[in-house]
Design a protein around this ligand. Structure first.
Ligand code: ADP
Length: 309
């Protein structure tokens, strides 16, 4: 899981994942419950492959019983995979007795879902793409996330969930198709590198307007890149565009608000903490059938011992 470009995220104070991993020497296979139902197909395969990696490192063959619950919609472009595999990395490492520091946990989480490497950390984190040439072990060591220094910034992220259903095309499939077929992919990758340099400076300066502008242009560019894939990957829904229009309206009214979107139809609006309620109110009017919630930067992973029910 080595990305083409470095990337940045903000870990939120809402919508956590809680994951319990118990070693089960008596079991013949891993048993995985995701959101209260037995995991199957690709979701099960990904967790088992991740556990295999942990078992290999720990030198233990024990199967495991995994119970994981997201509080965010799964597979809807709201980063459940980032949250889920960060939690699984922490819980599985503990269950199998791996003593890993935050950097090593970030690297491990990356193997489950690339974006999970960042979700180990609270607040803003950058994921280094790392080295792509040379030995696999060297490449693995070079690609991990770490916290990003931030100046005087008091941001909020207003999340507009316009469709909580699972996306038709998974992020992974969308990414592969885009890389393989989109003529816009290469320029987007190059401009993303520039965006990240600008973003680090904007975060350090505590300049919310610049942070928002960069996030918005990068996200819209990513969707344009996917739209140009063959066949097109289109996550933008009519309600997505309605939210984007509202964000423009807020800016026209003097409220610094900027949209960003992952691979999915749902929109996150970055603004000043002090403006968050106004932004949320505007979005609730714009998409009355959606769900709007206000988030702020939150903590990273936390290991809970014992019975956490
Ligand atoms: P999202 O935008 O929600 O991250 P993705 O398509 O990128 O959507 O990833 C969704 C997939 O991530 C799920 O189908 C499942 O395979 C995996 N996933 C999500 N949450 C968890 C979890 N808590 N534990 C293990 N795997 C998870």
């Amino acid at each position: 899981m080595l990305p083409r470009v470095d990337s940045l995220s903000m870990t939120l104070d809402v919508l956590p994942t809680t994951t319990r991993v118990r070693r089960a020497p008596e079991a013949g296979q891993d048993e995985v419950t995701l959101d209260g139902r037995p995991a199957e197909g690709e979701a099960l395969r990904r967790v088992v492959a991740f556990l295999d990696l942990v078992r290999e490192r720990a030198g233990l063959a024990d199967r495991a019983v995994v119970d994981t619950a997201n509080t965010v919609a799964t597979g809807a472009g709201l980063a459940s995979s980032a949250s889920g595999f960060a939690a699984l990395a922490v819980a599985a490492a503990a269950a199998y007795g791996l003593d890993l520091d935050a950097t090593a946990l970030s690297r491990l989480a990356r193997r489950g879902s690339g974006s999970a490497s960042r979700s180990i950390f609270g607040g803003f984190a950058v994921w280094h793409a790392g080295l792509h040439s040379g030995a696999a072990a060297e490449a693995d060591l070079s690609s991990y996330a770490e916290p990003v220094p931030v100046g005087d910034l008091d941001p909020a992220l207003v999340v507009a969930v316009v469709d909580a259903g699972p996306k038709a095309v998974s992020s992974r499939a969308a990414m592969r198709r885009t890389v393989d077929t989109s003529p816009l992919y290469e320029p987007w990758a190059v401009s993303s590198g520039d965006d990240l340099v600008d973003m680090r400076a904007a975060l350090l300066a505590g300049d919310i307007e610049a942070v928002g502008e960069i996030a918005e242009r990068n996200a819209l560019g990513m969707h344009a890149t996917m739209l140009a894939a063959r066949p097109a990957v289109r996550y933008l829904a009519p309600a997505t565009l309605t939210v984007l229009d509202s964000v423009l309206g807020l800016r026209r009214d003097g409220v610094p608000a900027y949209a960003t979107m992952d691979a999915g139809p749902n929109v996150k609006v970055l603004c000043r903490s002090a403006d968050a309620e106004r932004v949320a109110k505007t979005l609730r009017v714009a998409v009355p059938d959606g769900t709007v919630l206000v988030a702020r930067p939150g903590p990273g992973d936390r290991l809970l011992h014992g019975d956490v029910r």
